[in-house]
Ligand binder design. Sequence first.
Ligand SMILES: Cc1cc2nc3c(=O)[nH]c(=O)nc-3n(C[C@H](O)[C@H](O)[C@H](O)COP(=O)(O)OP(=O)(O)OC[C@H]3O[C@@H](n4cnc5c(N)ncnc54)[C@H](O)[C@@H]3O)c2cc1C
Length: 527
Amino acid sequence: MLRFDVIIIGSGLAGSTLALQLADRKKVGLLTKKSLLDGASNWAQGGIAAVLADDDSIAAHVQDTMIAGAGLCDETVTRFVVEHGKHAIDWLVDQGVPFTRDSASKTGFHLTREGGHSQRRIVHAADATGHAVQATLSDKIRAHPNITVLENHIAIDLITGAKLKLADNRCYGVYALDTQAGHVKTFAAAHTVLANGGAGKVYLYTTNPDVATGDGISMGWRAGCRVANMEFIQFHPTCLYHPHAKSFLITEAVRGEGGILKLPDGTRFMPQHDSRAELAPRDIVARAIDFEMKKRGLDCVYLDISHKPSDFIKEHFPTIHARCLELGIDITREAIPVVPAAHYTCGGVMTDLKGRTDIDNLYAVGEVAFTGLHGANRLASNSLLECLVFGQAAATDILQQPATSEITLPEWDESRVTDADEEIVISHNWDELRRFMWDYVGIVRTNKRLRRAQNRINLLHDEISEYYRNFRVSNDLIELRNLMLTADLIVRCAMLRRESRGLHYSRDYPEQLAEARNTVLEPGIKL
Ligand SMILES: Cc1cc2nc3c(=O)[nH]c(=O)nc-3n(C[C@H](O)[C@H](O)[C@H](O)COP(=O)(O)OP(=O)(O)OC[C@H]3O[C@@H](n4cnc5c(N)ncnc54)[C@H](O)[C@@H]3O)c2cc1C
C-alpha cells in the first residue's frame, strides 16, 4: 500500500493546478493513465476566458455564460468562476506560461473574441494554448520534491467507507492498475481527487484524446456520488473524417472565412436549415450535418474553402492545410471530409463551490465535475477557466482540513480471476457501444432511439460485468466498463429530460419548458 496526503487522479489542467497548489504543504501522488501530457488540456487550442480589459466586466462575462447555458447555469457558481478569472491567469503567468502578448493593449495580453462572448476576453498562447500551459506546469510538477508522478497508472475504483463496511461516508483512497508492471496497487490518502476529464470516447467520433473514457464520472457514481446533466454533450460541427486521422478539429474559422458545407454531390445544404447558412451557431450547424448524414446514410459531408485563393488558405489555415496534405487532401483544390464530433461533457459528478462531492474527503475538479457553471451548453473557453478556479478552490479547502485518522486498506483481490480468454469481446463491445451511442444518442434524439440505446446498454452491461468479475483487469477492460456506465448515465439523463434545451435536442419534445431544471441522478437508483 502506498500512502500520500492527497491522491489526484488525472494530470490535465485541473489535476496539475491542484497538485502545484498543494505541494508546498502536502505529499501529493499524481496518478495519470498515460503520460503527464495526455489529456484534453494539452490539446486545447483557443484559450482561457477571463475579464481583463477595461471595457469588459464581470457582469458581461456572467451574462454571456448564462445565455449560452440556456437558463440552466447556476448564477452563484458562474459569478464565482468569473470573479476568479484574473487571479487564475495571474497564477499561470507566475508559473511562466508564455501567453501571446500585445504591447498596444493595456492588459499586456493579446485577447481574442470567440462565439458567444460579447467582448475580447480570451487569453491564449498562439493557437496552442493548452500545450503552452500544460508543458509549463508539467515541468514544475516533475521538479517538485513533494509530488510523486505515477504515469501509466489507471485508477479503477475508489475505496470508500461503504466498501470497507465502515459506518462513515468517507473516501480512503483508490485502486489503480500499473499498466507497465501489470498489477493493481492500493493508494491510501487523506483526500482523493477525481480530475479525470470528460467522456468524449463514448461516441464514435470525438475531438477528445483516447484517455477521455468517463472513468472519473463512473468511479464517482459507483462510489455513491450524485451525477447530473449528462445529456448535455457538446458536439463540434467539423472534425476531419479520415481513416488515419483521429480527432483532428477543423476550426470554425474555416466557415467564418467563407467555407461552404456540401453533400458528396457538391450540393450546398446549410441554407435549407438556417438563414445564416454556414455562419449559424455551432449547435445548429452540427444538427444540420447530422440530419443530412442520417437522412442520406452518409459517412461524412464536405467543407469546401477551395474557391478562395491558395495563398489566402495557406496563410490563414497553415496547420489544417499541412495536416490535410499529409493525408493526401489538398484543401486549396478540394473539399475537406468532415463529421461532427463529441467535444465536451457538460455534466458530471456533482460538487459544491469547493469541489467537494457527496462523499467526505473526495473532490472532483475539471471536466469530470458538474459544478453548475455550464448549464445546458458550455460557453467557449470557460472550461479551462473552470479547471483553474476549482483546482484552486479545492486546494484551499484541502489545506484547511484537520488531519484524518489513517487505516490500513485491503489489497486488491485477484484470487478469483484468471487471464482473459477472448480479448475480442472487449474490442467488439467497445466498437458497438460507440457506434450506437453515435447513432441513437447523438445530436438529435428521439424516445425510440434512446430506448434502442438503453436495450443495447442492458445487454452490454450483463456481458461486461460478467467479464469483469471473471478476468484480470486490463486498461481496455477498465475503460470499457466505464464507457458503458457513462453511456448509461447519458441515456438516463436524456430520457428524463422531456424538452429540448441547449445541447439536448429531442424530436419528440422540440419545445423548451418554462422551468429550467437540472437532471440529477441520485445514488442508489438501479441503472
Ligand atoms: C481539441 C480540444 C480543444 C479544446 N479547446 C479548448 C479551449 O480552447 N478552451 C477551453 O476552455 N477548453 C477547451 N477544450 C476543453 C478543455 O480542454 C477541457 O475541458 C479541459 O482541458 C479538461 O481538463 P481536465 O483537467 O478536467 O481533463 P483533461 O485535461 O482531459 O485530463 C484528464 C486527465 O485524467 C487522466 N485520467 C483519466 N482517467 C484516468 C484514470 N482512470 N486513471 C488515471 N488517470 C486518468 C488522463 O490521462 C488525463 O491526465 C478543448 C477540448 C478539446 C478536446
